[in-house]
Write a protein that binds this ligand. Structure first.
Ligand SMILES: [Zn+2]
Length: 67
């Protein structure tokens, strides 16, 4: 894979993650594209921990930079 294509893919997945988080923030249900289960938002409990969005099986696991 050449680097330009790689960067495009990264940018696309970043935008997809942003869109996903927007939906979760609104309380909408988002399903994992891999297992079809709902994705939950886990808020960080400790300082220095990152909030994550993940499905029950863990195939979708996104770390959030903004808690
Ligand atoms: Zn999943």
């Amino acid at each position: 894979m050449d680097i330009t294509q790689f960067n495009k893919l990264r940018a696309r997945s970043f935008n997809e993650q942003k869109a996903l988080l927007k939906k979760l923030a609104k309380g909408q249900t988002v399903l994992c594209q891999t297992c079809g289960q709902a994705i939950f938002l886990n808020v960080a409990v400790k300082e220095g921990e990152k909030a994550t969005a993940q499905c029950a099986k863990g195939c979708t696991h996104i770390e959030l930079d903004v808690a």
